[in-house]
Design a protein around this ligand. Sequence first.
Ligand SMILES: NC(=O)C[C@H](N)C(=O)O
Length: 492
Amino acid sequence: MHQFTIAEIIRGLRDKQFSSVEITRHLLDRIQQLDSNYNSFITVTGEMALAQAAAADQRLAAGEAPALCGVPIAHKDIFCTSGVRTSCGSRMLDNFVPPYDATVVEKFNSAGSVTLGKTNMDEFAMGSSNESSYYGPVKNPWNTDCVPGGSSGGSAAAVAALLAPGTTATDTGGSIRQPAAMTNTTGLKPTYGRVSRWGMIAFASSLDQAGPIARNAEDCAYLLSAMAGHDDRDSTSLNRPEQDYTLNLNDSITGLKIGVPKEYFGEGLSTDVAARVQDALNEFEKLGAELVDITLPHTDLAVPAYYVIAPAEASANLSRFDGVRYGHRCDDPKDLRDLYMRSRGEGFGDEVQRRILVGTYALSAGYYDAYYNKAQQVRRLIKQDFVQAFEKVDVIMGPTAPSPAFGLGEKKSDPVAMYLEDIFTIATNLAGLPGMSLPCGLVNHMPVGLQIIGNYLEEARMLNIAHRYQQVTDWHKVSAPSIAEAAATEGE
Ligand SMILES: NC(=O)C[C@H](N)C(=O)O
């Protein structure tokens, strides 16, 4: 049952091939048996999942269940879950049990989906390898000596290891797309404001956006349909009607104009990755699309601008963790200053502290204009690059990440090398555009992701484009070797 996609689970539940309790129990057993190899979950909510599954089975029997009713999923541990610890991958929140659900979680709960647990992540979503988690690194199911990408590495690995058919994730500078690329999963970062940020622990509020990771575009469409929608509790939530993103998946893409930015194929890109992406572009030509050379001239400024803006916003957002109201509190503080210093010093890991320092510096008097204002000006130029490109083309395509998954520990002590992982994904966040990653081939037995960047609010079109590609290719169906091996030994 663990091989089933979300679309297959929806059909199977409706046709009474299996119940929600059966598939939920099966996946919980798998998580218990296998996740020690991957560490993709921080918390498994077995009892709650089975109760939700039983309730979903009743709704299904009554014949009035929404699409995702009874479908087991898992949430990134950045989404607040009522009564269930929400750690954000940090010691700071190791003891935090929220009294409420994030809007995203609330929406899935009312759609009747089942929560298997909370997935591992880089601490406060800061990282591209999942090595900064307080709960230990996540291992890539394709090669457990390699990282799964980050920060949503647990969400991506859980899907790749067939422990959950779909997961929620967040993307501030690539955190959905880069792990999706490294684990052969499909991930979508929607337009900024499409999905509510309420109850999603804030990293960089002008960039943070939630989205799904699943085995294919069709499943992402189901998940996005449940997640997206206006929310009064998030002031940047877009006031657009909810829609069914599965409706246009089969539309023709003949005549589609695909922009291919020359800056995405230059320095830093592995030639093998470039070749797999080129294969995918050729496939799109066969489907009737036209490739158009474009330029996004400010691409090389995206990483430097992001690493001023994101830490600046993070330094403000994370100031709420003071050891007074909730979260980690040091033992026997001498005075208030000692309480702040030791609670924050002990509660936050190295990467989080580095970003708070960088952000505080960039915002401080005398440096604000030189760094923060400059970065905001660069952000505008990057956005204009895209606006101009979308006058000529319908979508943009290129690699998601410069190379396949790297070894655990390989970039841990070199923050700049780690930051360059997001060289192709960050500009999308700065511009607020939607971006996707989908499997497009292997290099040395490790997956490669194709990135699709759409114009504002074009998620349905992007999912349609990705789905058409997945109808004529099988890359997304290839299982991680560790799964294939396990299946062989079980004699399945
Ligand atoms: N949160 C993200 O989107 C990940 C990005 N690599 C960062 O460390 O900021």
